[in-house]
Design a protein around this ligand. Structure first.
Ligand code: PNS
Length: 164
């Protein structure tokens, strides 16, 4: 049986931290679906779902068993439909834990058929988040240590403050 995992997130934009988790998940499962989702509790996204999809496609082009999709609805409904066995999430610090734990338990109540699998972030990416990337880029800082090189310009151009 082919074991499919779903790796959901906002990816607004995708960072080296996300890419690390996606890459490691791709070694553990036969197929990984990176699922671009809308987090209803966050402010309006900086990139459209299609733009986020194109950036992830560029950054994961070298990974044969990774595909990308856009979620419109509940995560568990998608997971059930594609018969994924796991939901893969990255954990950076204790501060991530409570929220992720809550989501994992909720998803398990809604759908029993998949396990949430947490991968601990690499130590280089412990501090990294899309919000940090946005702040640095907005003020014209160098975001090259934080995002995949192939999408650096796209992100920088979009996020930089007009008069920087
Ligand atoms: O990258 P993020 O913002 O931490 O990702 C959170 C995300 C998008 C995975 C979560 O908000 C989600 O799963 N959204 C889809 C809607 C859903 O199923 N919500 C219930 C989860 S408890």
């Amino acid at each position: 049986m082919r074991r499919v995992a779903v790796c959901p997130g906002s990816f607004d934009p995708v960072t080296l931290g996300h890419l690390d988790i996606i890459t490691r998940a791709s070694t553990l499962f036969d197929k990984v679906i990176v699922l671009i989702s809308t987090n209803a509790t966050k402010n309006k996204a900086s990139f459209t779902a299609t733009e986020r999809m194109m950036m992830i496609a560029d950054a994961t082009a070298h990974l044969d068993n990774v595909v990308i999709d856009i979620l419109d609805g509940l995560l568990v409904d998608y997971v059930r439909r594609v018969q994924a066995v796991a939901i893969v999430k990255g954990l950076r610090a204790v501060s991530d834990f409570e929220y992720e734990f809550q989501m994992a338990l909720t998803n398990k109540v809604l759908y029993e058929g998949a396990e949430t699998v947490f991968l601990t972030t690499s130590k280089e990416n412990m501090y990294l988040s899309s919000s940090v990337v946005k702040q640095v880029a907005y003020f014209g800082g160098d975001i090259s240590p934080f995002v995949p090189e192939c999408i650096l310009d796209t992100i920088q151009k979009r996020l930089m403050k007009e008069d920087s």
